[in-house]
Design a protein around this ligand. Structure first.
Ligand SMILES: NC(=O)c1ccc[n+]([C@@H]2O[C@H](COP(=O)([O-])OP(=O)(O)OC[C@H]3O[C@@H](n4cnc5c(N)ncnc54)[C@H](OP(=O)(O)O)[C@@H]3O)[C@@H](O)[C@H]2O)c1
Length: 266
């Protein structure tokens, strides 16, 4: 799985935006982005449709990630949701298909359907999103180490995942996919502490926030932007190597949690 992708939440929400959003995705692919993160929820299928337009004729080499609603997590619900997503994206396979957040359908049903989708080649891998430790432990035992990912709210200002979820995932080699890595354009972009580190690398705050996440073990980032110049800026974070001093300075202002805390959610 590539370590850097483009998020697509808020894309494809209005038909009049479709062309612009498809152009943004095409520009991202031209810049070298190979992972696209979406969900049936985004624009109620609109974001997947936009992706379908943008990747027409250039599906090869891309890593497509999508997610299904918890209310579609029954056996037939997952199979049918996947069919709809494939149709909207106009492709034969989703590379990573995830349950968007924990729901009430027994997970054994959900994972049975995911296995069937994998066996038929409609998905290459499956995973979960917004899963705390208690949720992860509820996954059928054989599937725990087979998870392709846990996509979680994770950024410099929100390190809840480090309390217990990160360790569980590392022990099973399950990648973390950090969503809202820029805290949805939050205060990390203005943070003086981040700016100090950024100055040492001739970088921007956004780049340092992303480089910090990329420094964490087995972690993928999926910042969203509809501006190609920002996508280019963000992608350059993969070349920034933070040193021990940078990491210590960031830790001192934005420490890891020291007491039990559940994952945040956006
Ligand atoms: N699994 C889940 O439950 C879940 C939840 C939330 C998000 N996600 C996924 O994660 C992706 C990313 O998270 P997100 O969209 O919530 O937030 P984000 O990527 O942290 O932040 C996006 C915001 O930052 C701005 N931005 C991007 N690059 C910037 C830069 N270099 N400088 C200044 N501003 C910049 C964007 O504005 P412009 O677009 O105007 O540039 C947008 O307002 C989503 O798109 C979605 O695919 C998953």
């Amino acid at each position: 799985m590539p370590v850097f992708g483009l998020g697509t939440w808020r894309m494809g929400e209005h038909p009049e935006q479709f062309e612009r959003d498809a152009d943004v995705i095409r520009a991202a692919l031209d810049l070298g982005i190979t992972l696209l993160d979406t969900a049936e929820m985004y624009g109620e299928g609109g974001a997947e449709e936009v992706i379908g337009k943008a990747i027409h004729g250039r599906r090869d080499g891309l890593f497509l990630v999508s997610k299904f609603y918890p209310h579609n997590a029954s056996h037939n619900g997952v199979i049918e949701a996947c069919e709809r997503s494939l149709q909207r994206m106009n492709c034969d396979t989703i590379d990573l298909y995830m349950l968007h957040w924990p729901g009430s359908v027994p997970l054994a049903q959900t994972f049975e359907a995911l296995h069937e989708l994998q066996d038929s080649g409609k998905i290459r891998d499956f995973g979960v999103s917004n899963f705390n430790l208690v949720d992860l432990e509820g996954i059928p035992a054989d599937d725990q180490a087979r998870l392709g990912c846990n996509q979680v709210f994770y950024n410099l200002l929100h390190r809840e995942v480090e309390w217990e979820v990160s360790d569980w995932c590392q022990q099973r080699s399950v990648p973390l996919m950090a969503y809202s890595p820029l805290d949805q354009a939050g205060s990390v972009l203005q943070s003086p502490a981040v700016a100090d580190v950024a100055a040492r690398h001739d970088a921007t705050n956004a780049q340092i926030a992303l480089a910090w996440l990329l420094h964490q073990p087995n972690t993928v980032v999926i910042p969203k932007s509809v501006r190609p110049e920002r996508i280019k800026e963000n992608l350059a974070a993969v070349d920034i190597e933070l040193n021990d001093q940078d990491l210590a300075d960031l830790d001192s202002v934005y420490p890891a949690p020291e007491q039990p805390i559940r994952l945040g959610m956006r």
